[in-house]
Design a protein around this ligand. Sequence first.
Ligand code: ATP
Ligand code: MG
Length: 427
Amino acid sequence: MRGKQELIDKLTGIRSSRRSYYSELNAMVEEMQKKNKQLEVINQLTQIHVNKSWEEVSIYIASQLSQVLTFDRFVLTLIDHSDLFFYISEQDGANWSCHLVKRQNQTGTTMSITEFKKLLKREISDSYGTSVCLQNQAGKIYGFLTLLNREKVEYPQEEFQFYKRIGEHVRVSIENILLFKDVSEKVKIEAQLIQSAKMAALGEMAAGIAHELNSPLTAILGNVQLLMREIKDGRLGKMLTDIYQCGLRSKKIIQNLLAFSRQEEYQFENIHLCDVVEDVLSLVGYQLSVSGISIKKETDLTIPHVRGSRHQIEQVLINLLLNAKDAVQGKSNPEVIVGTCLTCLEERHYVSVYVRDNGVGIEEEHISQIFNPFFTTKEKMKGTGLGLSVSLGIAESHGGKLLVDSKVNEYSQFSLLLPIQSIEGGE
Ligand SMILES: Nc1ncnc2c1ncn2[C@@H]1O[C@H](COP(=O)(O)OP(=O)(O)OP(=O)(O)O)[C@@H](O)[C@H]1O
Ligand SMILES: [Mg+2]
């Protein structure tokens, strides 16, 4: 019992000569804990992942800082040429959120901390900011870290020093991210260049081959048709029909290739999508209904005219309808809906023609590939994989879009959007 008491006395320092020993020890322990926490935070801040978005980086820094400093909001500011990006993070309960505010940098491509403070006062007038700058090794300021408080806060000298040190540590991580983004951007641009060069070469080659094949194929088809008139039945008749079908298929591929390489010239005119729907249904509607597919029309006759190539828009619609026909094959109540409507996307107005089917749908991992040339999930002799890539090319050449929405085993909907204002602008 006596030993225990002695130990307590020693630890608390009650019998020591300095009366304040206990509170000093306490303060020391608290100080040590705080320093430990600060070191931990610094350590965490050097481990920001390079592939994070700036919003994620801002939230990460804010959440780490909130463990050792008190503030209402945190801002990561980055200077990119003549633009300033403010990534403002704040906490709501356990969740952090971040929003971006973009401003022009009136002072050129860099900014001093005094100029930044002035700007911050103007932009965020309801709060007081405490900022440190992010400076590269050449001394150029490329960003700031700011703690925002609704009330004026004077951080103790020691906390402010710590905050400055944070700036130095975060700087390294941020520079790594900037470097990573720069390199990734360059790699991406290079890949795009290679891709477009490949496409251009492919287009040129396709156009050459298509022209070469077109004439002999016309002769083959013509002669086979003549022979088919004479020999209708038997083995020979069937063989001729096969030759004719294969010839037609080859012609379709050639036409697709020609359109794909955009070697054909098309006239732009004022067109009404409902007329196009009527024309196309008179061409392929029969083919669909004899396969037992019910076709529904949802056309809105009040939509405005747009400028475009009737032939090309028809081609897109035919591609979409044939895809829908393939997709509903084997379904118990096959149905294809063709409709037109007005639609608004990213604050722009479009007229839309859509094809919806209740077929097999598209698997999520295929969605990003279906517009690539030669991508097909159909059997070897059935699909060339060019329909959608040609259609997308046509949509883009009209300043429009080709959108897809699908759920496996439920439905697929493709919508061709054409901008309304193009009627005034012309082509
Ligand atoms: N309505 C749809 N439902 C389900 N899958 C679809 C639909 N439309 C397109 N797809 C998928 O997208 C792929 C690419 O379509 P695309 O029209 O480009 O080529 P294709 O139909 O296979 O061949 P082609 O049109 O050249 O004869 C299809 O193979 C199919 O997997
Ligand atoms: Mg197709």
